[in-house]
Design a protein around this ligand. Structure first.
Ligand code: FES
Ligand SMILES: [Fe+2]
Length: 424
């Protein structure tokens, strides 16, 4: 089996081959450490900024035990607040989206403006303590930035700028011009696993050629590539070229034909072999830029291949030239053995063409609805991995070279938590 190309191969030597203790996937103490030292100190993606078009548009989501409310402001910016009334703490809005003039709490009807300020208290004279500080009374705010069509939130209102957090990854995200991608599916699955089980999965391609065997006609695992970018990473998988494991790499198979059609080519007119399809698609897509698409910042490989840009600790922007997938894994409010796997699929829309209407968001337990063949295969493993990890007879996990990004992720996590990895 081919090894992945590692850009800056020094990482393997630096990170070594120590095993990782499994208790981090289920212990309440480890979850508590994450609550105290990880989540309050990282930027995370709140959602798509394009969902908040006009002043008063808001979105609400649960994140661990917290709930966040992002609101488009009258000045065009976006602010984020803790979704909790300052009177007696009631959640102001249920998870979802909507549009309001102001937020009135469902309990005693305290009312907040879009900017989070307290604008009305019924029978205000009953609260003499408010008289002194009414102008300072407002919802607790979080840091919020809009970047590359996504909304990013940090629990610390005085957080360092998002750009500093992303470092070089900011440029990599910009390459893909997400603004030209339209959402076609928005799903959220509750999964019976620790949030890191799902993150580990999106950080390694070792499983792909076996678990997603059906991809072999279009996926050459021998050319996978991994790159560490600060605390983040990029993993890529060459699409449009058959696996070397297939005996026939000459005949153009149906899946390759499908990719050509998707790129706007006529497979019947293609005269080359199967291994040449990837290049041919890239050449063809290049002819459609800049008239239809803005591919100026993408390499030929980025036009066909699947590049997953992982932003620590829980988001992946996985794109080809024509498609874009966003994954976010949210921790559960109380249970380290559960998480939420959010998947938003988008397609790139040619310039001048209308974007399709936004699809409704769906929420379900894993297995009740399909996330697509490949993510279903992944999700099928999650709960089973979690069960196995909790077995006392599996005290550690063993990571190989192709799982270097998993190892790097845990090293960054350990740094945040201030814990020493416990290699054997
Ligand atoms: S808890 Fe919101 S008004 Fe009382
Ligand atoms: Fe997978």
């Amino acid at each position: 089996m081919a090894r992945p190309t590692i850009i800056d191969g020094g990482w393997q030597a630096r990170l070594g081959f120590g095993n990782i203790a499994t208790e981090r996937y289920y212990s309440p103490e480890f979850r508590q450490l994450e609550l105290e030292r990880l989540w309050p100190r990282v930027w995370h993606v709140a959602g798509r900024a394009t969902d908040l078009q006009k002043p008063g548009d808001y979105l609400t989501y649960e994140f661990g035990a917290e709930s966040v409310l992002c609101v488009r402001q009258d000045d065009g910016g976006v602010r984020a607040f803790h979704n909790a009334c300052i009177h007696r703490g009631r959640r102001l809005r249920e998870p979802g989206m909507g549009s309001v003039h102001s937020f009135r709490c469902g309990y005693h009807h305290w009312e907040y403006g879009r900017d989070g300020s307290l604008v009305n208290v019924p029978e205000k004279e009953l609260f003499p303590q408010l008289a002194e500080r009414q102008s300072g009374c407002r919802l607790a705010s979080l840091a919020c930035e809009e970047f590359e069509t996504y909304l990013w939130v940090h629990f610390d209102p005085n957080a360092p700028p998002l750009r500093d957090y992303l470092g070089e990854m900011a440029e990599r995200l910009t390459d893909y011009d997400f603004a030209s991608c339209a959402l076609i599916a928005d799903q959220s699955a509750e999964v019976e696993c620790n949030w890191k089980v799902a993150v580990d999965n999106i950080n390694e391609g070792y499983h792909v050629v076996r678990l997603h065997e059906q991809l072999q006609p279009i996926y050459d695992e021998s050319q996978t590539c991994i790159e560490i970018v600060g605390d983040h990473n990029v993993g890529s998988a060459p699409f449009g070229i058959p696996s070397p494991q297939l005996d026939d790499r000459e005949s153009v198979n149906d899946m390759l034909c499908g990719m050509m059609v998707e790129a706007g080519m006529d497979p019947a007119a293609y005269r080359g072999s199967a291994v040449g399809v990837r290049e041919a698609i890239a050449r063809h897509l290049r002819t459609r830029s800049p008239r239809e698409f803005n591919f100026s910042r993408l390499s030929d490989a980025q036009l066909t291949d699947f590049f997953a840009l992982f932003v620590f600790p829980n988001a992946s922007f996985a794109s080809t030239g024509l498609s874009h997938m966003f994954w976010r894994i949210r921790p559960h409010a109380t249970d380290p053995g559960k998480c939420y796997f959010d998947q938003q699929s988008s397609i790139r829309v040619p310039k001048g063409e209308p974007h399709p209407p936004r699809p409704p968001a769906s929420h379900f337990k894993a297995g009740e609805e399909s996330l697509g063949t490949v993510p279903d295969q992944d999700a099928h493993n999650y709960a089973r991995v979690q069960k196995g990890l909790q077995s006392r007879r599996v005290p550690e996990i063993i990571l190989g070279e192709q799982e270097l990004l998993v190892r790097h992720f845990h090293a960054v996590l350990d740094r945040y938590l201030g814990v020493e990895p416990r290699p054997r």
